[in-house]
Each structure stands twice: as C-alpha cells, then as structure tokens.
Design a protein around this ligand. Sequence first.
Ligand code: HXC
Length: 510
Amino acid sequence: MKDILEELESRRADARLGGGEARIEAQHGRGKLTARERVELLLDEGSFEEFDMFMAHRCTDFGMEKNRPYGDGVVTGWGTINGRQVYVFSQDFTVLGGSVSATHAQKICKIMDMAVENGAPVIGINDSGGARIQEGVDSLAGYGEVFQRNIEASGVVPQISVIMGPCAGGAVYSPAMTDFIFMVKDSSYMFVTGPDVVKTVTNEQVTAEELGGAVTHTRKSSVADAAFENDVEALAEVRRLVDFLPLNNREKPPKRPFFDEPGRVETSLDTLIPDNPNMPYDMKELIHKIADEADFYEIQAEFAKNMITGFIRLEGQTVGVVANQPMVLAGCLDIDSSRKAARFVRFCDCFEIPILTLVDVPGFLPGTGQEYGGVIKHGAKLLYAYGEATVPKVTVITRKAYGGAYVVMASKHLRADFNYAWPTSEIAVMGAKGATEIIYRSDLGDAEKIAAHTKSYEDRFANPFIAAERGFIDEVIQPRSTRMRVSRAFASLRNKTKKMPWKKHDNIPL
Ligand code: HXC
C-alpha cells in the first residue's frame, strides 16, 4: 500500500511540474506565472479541486507518442472565490506551448459542462500557442466544441477570460464570446492574424503588442475590458469582479454586508452641476457618492470614455451603472459608447443585475464618420438593449436629456421603473439655441431678439417640470438625496417580475 501511495504522489509531482524546471524558469523570466500559480492566486487558498491531472493526448503522428506529458497543457478544476464556487481552466505554456489538442479541449469542455449544470461561472486563463499543429483537424474540432459551449453557456453562467500569453488565430473566438476579457500589459496578445501575415498581405509593419496587445484592445478595439500590469494584479481584479456577479442566471445578484448608510445625504451634489450649462463636470463623482463605500468597479474604463459602465453596490446588492460622461465629447452618444453601453446593459439583464442610468446627454454625435460607420444601427443597439431589459431600471437625469438620446437613455418610454430628475434637468428635443434658430428661422431678428426667443424656449423646456407634468418623470429630486432615493427605489423593486412576449430569440440590430 505504501508503495502505491508513493507512486501516486510521485505521479502527482510529475504532473505538477508541467513542462519542467527549465520551462518554468523561462515562463518566470518573461514575467509570467505558471498555470498552477495562477490558479492558486485566483482561488481561495486550498480550495482548488483538480480534474484530469493525468490525462494525456492520444496523438501518434510526428513522434508525439514519445511525448505524452500529464495534463496535456491545461490545468482544470473548480474552487471558490470568497467562498463562492467557480470553475477554472488554466493553459500551461510550459507543456507543448499550451497548445490545444483534442484531449486538452476535452478537459476544458468537461469543466464547462459542469459549470452550466451546477450554475457557477467559468474562468479561462489563456496562454497558448493555439491549435496543436501535430493533431490537425482533431485540434480544430476541439476548439469547435469549446466554442459551442461558450455559446450555450452565454447568459446562463458568467464567463470570464484572462489572456496571459499568446491567443491567436481562431483561438481568439472563445474569449471573444465570453462576458469579460482581461489582459496583461506586455505579456499577452490577441489577433486573428499575426504581424508576419499582416506584413505579407497588407505590407503594414506592426509589432505583436501594437497589433493585439492589452493597450490596443482596451483603447482601440474594445475587444478587452481591462488591462493590468502583471498576472497578480489581473487575477486579484478577477476576484473583485466575481464578487459583484451572480453565479448563474437563476440567482439574484450577491448581497454583501455593507457599512454605509443608505440614507446618506451628500450636500456637495447640490452644486455638482455648473452654472454654465456648457461646462463639464465629472459624472464619476456622482457615481462614487451614490455607491456603498464609494466602491465603483469600472468596465471598459479606457474605451469610449463619453460613456461610463460598471458595477456598484447599494445596500450591499450589485447594481450596474450606465452613465453619460460630460467630461468627454460633452457626453454625446456615438457608435462606440452605444455599443459599449448596450453590451453592458444586456449583460446585466441576463444576470438579473438591476440597472441605474445617470443621464446628461446632449444628443448623438453628428458627422459623416458616425453616419458612415452606422451610428443608426449602433445607437439602436442601446435603445433595443434598454427596451428589452426586464430587470429593475432606475434613471436619474442630472442635466441634459435631449432628443432621441433622451428616449434611449432608459426613459420611461423604454419601461424604466423609476425616472428621477434633478431640478437642473433640461428635457427637450434639442438645446434652446438650436431650437430657436429653427423655430424662428424666417424671423430670427437681431441678437437681442434671438436672446429673447432663446430665453422663452429655455423657460418652457429647459427644466424637468413639463416631463413631470406628463408622468414621464416620476419625481424631481434634490441632488443631495440621490443615494437615498435610488436605494429606496431599487429596494422597492426587489420582487419585480416582467414578462416579454414569447419569441425564439430576438433580432437585435448587430
Ligand atoms: C504544437 C506548439 C505550438 C502549437 C507552440 N508549440 N505552439 N506545439 N502546436 N500550436 C511548442 C513549440 O514547438 C515549443 O516546443 C513550445 O511550444 C514553446 O514554443 P516556443 O516557440 O519555443 O515559444 P515562443 O518562442 O514563446 O513562441 C510562442 C509562439 C510560437 C509565438 C506561440 O510557439 C508559435 O508561433 N507557435 C505556433 C503558433 C501557431 O501557428 N499556432 C496555430 C495557430 S492557428 P519545444 O518542444 O520546442 O519547446 C490556430 C487555429 C485555431 O490556433 C482555430 C480554432 C478554430
């Protein structure tokens, strides 16, 4: 018996060593942790339960039968993050470059199936040379099986991808279908075709980092949601994100203990809006002052900064926040901000996370760039996402809510439950100056007359009361009491149920 136990331990030690000391050293030399070190950091200490440690590939081509390492380049299993269950796979670059064989894919598929059956998130740590070249179509089939599971799990359990090394070719499409992608600066990249192919086909010269590094994907392409300095920081942030999310779509968002007074009054908010309506202010100040303990987890902070998206807690319960940012492009809606917010709203809706919308929007950004880029379809995504979302929706207009953008930003007409406005709100078809120029086009008169017309338009529409008269605004509130009003609104909506007509699935404009 002793021998048998020793044999098991020796096999385990072998498996844990992955590709061996030299390759582990090389991995560390690049500033990267090993697959197992990453799992240890991601999960609560001692909580990891591994599956399939001894699985090995079955390929016999190209001399592969002589190289059958345990684990086949991926560590899989489950564990907990702050006591809540998650499933995880972590590709091991030290073993055959973390390349994906049929067996490697089979291991990933097993934990994805278990995650869906048991209602827990899947976290994938990607560090791989892609399809195992020696296995040919078997490897592609393996990827296909993972892709299909990504699709089936979408909207059922949260899926998070952490890119911590190469992720190229068709391999990028698995992370692309997950809910959140985190990358590490200078050591991870994602692209469909690498710099060499790009050079051959388009004659462009570009480095891997420029083409598909963390900065590129968080600022330019918006493929990734956040970029971090190193593996340790990225994994700590995944833990923080998981704390905000429900484990599956049948659960309410998690409720954590909170140490902040729901009725906290913030008198400083009474002066947040500048006297000059064209002056910007920082919408993040309002978000921090509404949130429990001023804790805001921002998503896509570096992309389309005219729109802010992220998670806060109110009375300990997760709330998704979507807010116009007057500091950037005056908070206009455009292609990028509409896409960013629409995807976020849809995430919240599939996972029963209530949505708080903070509105200060002068309209859609004009220009050929926007129209040629399809702002009509992209803007419609956000409109559609809000209209189909059945989770509790609370909206606060702080200043401008003009034109179509007023309707899009979770207005009463898109079935928001509570629509509040600060007394500084201006709810109108457009700004007073533009309106005057159109209404009085044939008799604009001199500067004095224009000013008088503008003033009369402002008096009529540059306030929340016309909308309040019609019930489109439920209440005009004091800025200082926003946290209290919003918290109470969400508390009253905890048992909200709303059914949409049956359909196979919708046809959101893509
Ligand atoms: C088999 C692979 C491999 C792969 C790397 N290795 N990628 N083995 N299949 N795809 C092996 C290497 O042979 C090497 O083994 C070890 O992993 C480490 O690789 P290195 O090249 O030494 O590392 P590095 O210099 O860091 O370069 C990493 C790399 C490079 C840039 C990823 O390995 C590379 O270009 N690999 C091929 C990438 C590729 O073309 N993949 C297929 C893409 S298409 P030894 O024993 O020598 O240490 C694809 C399609 C997916 O993925 C489609 C889904 C539908």
